[in-house]
Ligand binder design. Structure first.
Ligand SMILES: Cc1cc2nc3c(=O)[nH]c(=O)nc-3n(C[C@H](O)[C@H](O)[C@H](O)COP(=O)(O)O)c2cc1C
Length: 183
């Protein structure tokens, strides 16, 4: 049986690796559905058709209209990566005006195995809300890969966020799903 992974990406530079990451996840047996924040969808505007073809599912960044059917299969696991400072805080605070924030918020209540790998710079990571948001998500059952376990923030002032360890994120979501009997 193929299991479904919701890959939810926000607008940080590692999102430009998403095609390679989807192929990596598919080689691990995942059926991938790609969700994007509106800004990430804007950044990837030229690739959205190709990403839909690659996954075999519509790429989603907006809520459906009322009455429209769900176009994705149910999730067996969810990976939020790269998760921006903005998206981490919105998720933790339950601000679901964006499609992927709504999906990620619901995943907590559904008990979907969920992993997050934030991507911020060091200045944003020192904002007092950020640690609170990570603590809130961890308390809700999210495996948060940050710092030593995930992406290490660099100092601000560059568009390059440094190495983003996508393989660690895919390893973690595979373990989380297996631990929950979903793989
Ligand atoms: C070139 C560039 C790089 C950026 N890198 C990051 C980043 O690594 N982390 C982050 O939290 N925000 C980063 N931002 C800012 C986010 O894109 C911005 O806060 C955006 O509103 C995030 O929206 P989203 O969370 O809905 O995707 C970057 C912006 C630009 C233009």
């Amino acid at each position: 049986m193929t299991n479904t992974l919701y890959l939810c990406c926000s607008a940080a530079p590692p999102v430009f690796d998403v095609a390679r990451v989807i192929e990596n996840a598919q080689s691990r047996g995942w059926d991938v559905c790609l969700g994007l924040t509106p800004t990430a969808a804007h950044w990837l505007a030229g690739s959205l058709d190709g990403l839909a073809a690659l996954t075999g599912h519509p790429v989603r960044w907006q809520y459906k209209f009322p009455g429209e059917p769900d176009v994705w299969p149910a999730a067996d696991a969810l990976l939020c990566a790269p998760a921006t400072f903005n998206s981490v805080n919105a998720w933790a605070l339950g601000l679901t005006d964006r499609f992927v924030a709504g999906v990620a918020a619901e995943a907590l209540g559904k008990g979907t195995p969920t992993v997050a790998m934030p991507c911020t710079n060091a200045a944003l990571a020192r904002h007092p809300q950020f640690e609170q948001s990570l603590a809130t998500l961890r308390a809700a059952g999210v495996e948060v890969l940050h710092g030593d376990t995930g992406h290490t923030p660099g100092e601000p002032g560059t568009d390059d966020p440094g190495h983003f360890p996508w393989d660690l994120a895919l390893d973690a979501v595979g373990r989380a799903a297996a631990g929950a009997g979903r793989s």
